[in-house]
Write a protein of this length. Structure first.
Length: 147
C-alpha cells in the first residue's frame, strides 16, 4: 500500500485553517463589552443642581443600602436596600416629570463599586436622563453619622 503524501498535506492544511478560523472567531466573541461613562465634574465637586427643587438625592451606603431624599429635605429621607431603589426613583418620576427629575448620586466611603454600577443601571432602566455623581457634603456626612 502506497502512502499518499498529497492527501496528508491537504488534511494538515485544512485542520490548521479550521483551527485558525475557530480561534479568531472565539476571541472576537469573548471580547468584553464596555460602557462609556462621561461624567463632567465641576471644579469644586459640588453639584450644579444643589438648589434644584426637582431633585432626588441617592446616598450609597454600606451593606447595599441607599438613603434617598427629595429636594434638600434630608430629614425626611428614606433608607432602603439598593434593590428597592427603583421604588424611590418611581416616586420621583411621579412627583416630578421624567424630564424634570434630576438624580444626584452620592457614594459614601463605605459604598462599593458594585453599588455604583447598580445605581447607574437603574438610571438606564428607568430612563432618567439627568443624573450626576458627586461627593457627599459635610452636612450630609454629619447627618448620616448621627443616623
Amino acid at each position: 500500500m502506497k502512502f499518499k503524501w498529497k492527501l496528508l498535506v491537504i488534511i494538515i492544511i485544512a485542520v490548521v485553517a479550521i483551527s485558525a478560523v475557530f480561534f479568531i472567531f472565539t476571541s472576537t466573541i469573548s471580547s468584553p463589552t464596555v460602557m462609556k461613562l462621561d461624567i463632567p465634574r465641576d471644579e469644586n465637586g459640588v453639584s450644579k443642581y444643589q438648589n434644584s427643587n426637582s431633585k432626588l438625592t441617592l446616598v450609597l451606603l454600606k451593606n447595599d443600602m441607599v438613603f434617598g431624599y427629595f429636594g434638600n429635605d434630608i430629614n425626611n429621607g428614606t433608607g432602603l436596600e439598593i434593590k428597592e431603589a427603583r421604588k424611590i426613583i418611581a416616586q420621583g418620576v411621579q412627583k416630578f416629570t421624567r424630564d424634570s427629575l434630576i438624580v444626584i448620586i452620592k457614594p459614601s466611603e463605605e459604598a462599593t463599586y458594585k453599588n455604583s454600577v447598580d445605581i447607574l443601571d437603574e438610571m438606564t432602566i428607568n430612563e432618567i436622563i439627568r443624573y450626576e455623581m458627586v461627593d457627599l457634603t459635610k452636612e450630609e456626612k454629619e447627618f448620616l453619622a448621627k443616623r
